[in-house]
Ligand binder design. Structure first.
Ligand SMILES: Nc1ncnc2c1ncn2[C@@H]1O[C@H](COP(=O)(O)OP(=O)(O)O)[C@@H](O)[C@H]1O
Ligand SMILES: [Mg+2]
Length: 336
């Protein structure tokens, strides 16, 4: 079970809350567990329907069930005049590229809107360059601007670990300070999601202990298995009204197997699948033009010859080693 769902125990973002986050964990989990049943997933929420369509991601589907149950129960408790828990939903997403982080962030925005927690539910997707400026004072202004744009929705910071890149003197630190303050000032007005590679995010959070405790939800996005990648490919093709011939299915499975055995996980997961599919569609188009063959059947089916092997340059598993080395470098130079 990879879900970490330790709700923060007190209102506000002071020291007290940081200390109590752990001790509330078990209690909150029990409270939630008791009230979860499958009817929550059948609530007819659009976001839940979309989430269910995604392949795998079981820990995220389970978390969403918990959130829905939690919100419903808090509302019922409120009606009964019972004490309620603060609804703090800031999250950390850890995973390799193409594991569905951005897709899930968008669904979270939609979910929180449907649950009445966020007014708009939009996702403002940013990265370091959108937050960090080049001179003193510039960063705070830029970061505040992005927070303003995110109110009523989600502020999604991709590769958030890069905010700690240059250490204590880097303007990234200023951005973090502004974000932390906003988490307090606009507590109920936006959800902050920090995303990035697992190793980098762990180092980033370890070098910022005060930050870690402000995120009650931490989710791991695992690399997809070959089976899952194949299922994703089928869904992507279906959406585009294409099908695979029997031979093309075998070829695609082979290509995916090769990619996985060559350490595909840093090459894009589901994004890699999308690239293969789009490339195959272009190859089929060219083939049909050359063959001058435009029957409905031919337009629908991709053949084995349309499915291309992945060029070896994006199969370099050394990339990972280099990446982790870089991450350690910034962690060493990073401030607290
Ligand atoms: N579980 C899934 N099922 C179906 N498609 C997926 C799944 N995960 C990712 N995708 C698709 O793969 C692509 C990349 O996903 P994305 O959310 O951008 O990944 P990340 O943000 O982790 O890099 C998108 O087109 C997305 O729709
Ligand atoms: Mg992304």
């Amino acid at each position: 079970m990879k879900i970490r769902f330790n709700f923060v125990g007190t209102s506000g973002f002071g020291q007290k809350k940081e200390e109590s986050a752990g001790e509330y964990h078990g209690l909150k989990k029990n409270l939630l567990r008791k009230n979860i049943n499958s009817t929550h997933m059948k609530a007819g929420l659009e976001s839940v329907k979309e989430l269910k369509k995604l392949v795998g991601l079981e820990n995220i589907k389970e978390l969403v069930e918990e959130i829905i149950a939690f919100v419903k129960i808090q509302k019922k408790r409120e009606l009964e005049g019972l004490a309620t828990e603060p609804m703090v939903f800031h999250m950390i997403f850890k995973g390799n590229p193409g594991t569905g982080k951005t897709t899930v962030a968008r669904l979270m925005g939609k979910l929180f809107k449907e649950l009445g927690i966020l007014e708009r539910g939009h996702v403002n997707e940013v990265e370091r360059a959108d937050l960090v400026g080049e001179y003193v004072g510039h960063t705070a202004k830029k970061t505040r601007e992005q927070i303003k744009r995110s109110l009523g929705g989600v502020l999604f910071i991709d590769e958030a670990y890069s905010l700690a890149r240059g250490g204590a003197k880097d303007f990234g630190k200023e951005a973090i300070d502004v974000l932390v303050k906003a988490m307090e000032d606009y507590r109920n007005e936006f959800v902050l999601i920090l995303a990035g590679y697992k190793a980098e995010m762990d180092l980033f959070l370890n070098s910022n202990p005060g930050l870690r405790s402000r995120f009650p939800i931490q989710l791991n996005f695992a690399d997809y298995t070959i089976d899952e990648l194949f299922k994703i490919a089928k869904i992507m093709l279906e959406e585009r009204q294409y099908r695979l011939s029997v031979e093309a299915e075998i070829k695609l499975k082979n290509v995916l197997e090769k990619a996985v055995s060559n350490g595909h996980c840093y090459d894009g997961n589901a994004r890699l699948v999308r690239n293969i599919i789009e490339k195959s569609i272009r190859a089929q188009a060219l083939r049909l033009i050359n063959e001058n063959n435009f029957s409905r059947e031919q337009l629908i089916y991709l053949q084995a010859c349309d499915i291309k092997d992945i060029p070896s340059k994006i199969r370099n598993s050394n990339d990972n080693i280099i990446r982790v080395f870089e991450a350690q470098k910034f962690a060493v130079s990073g401030g607290n």
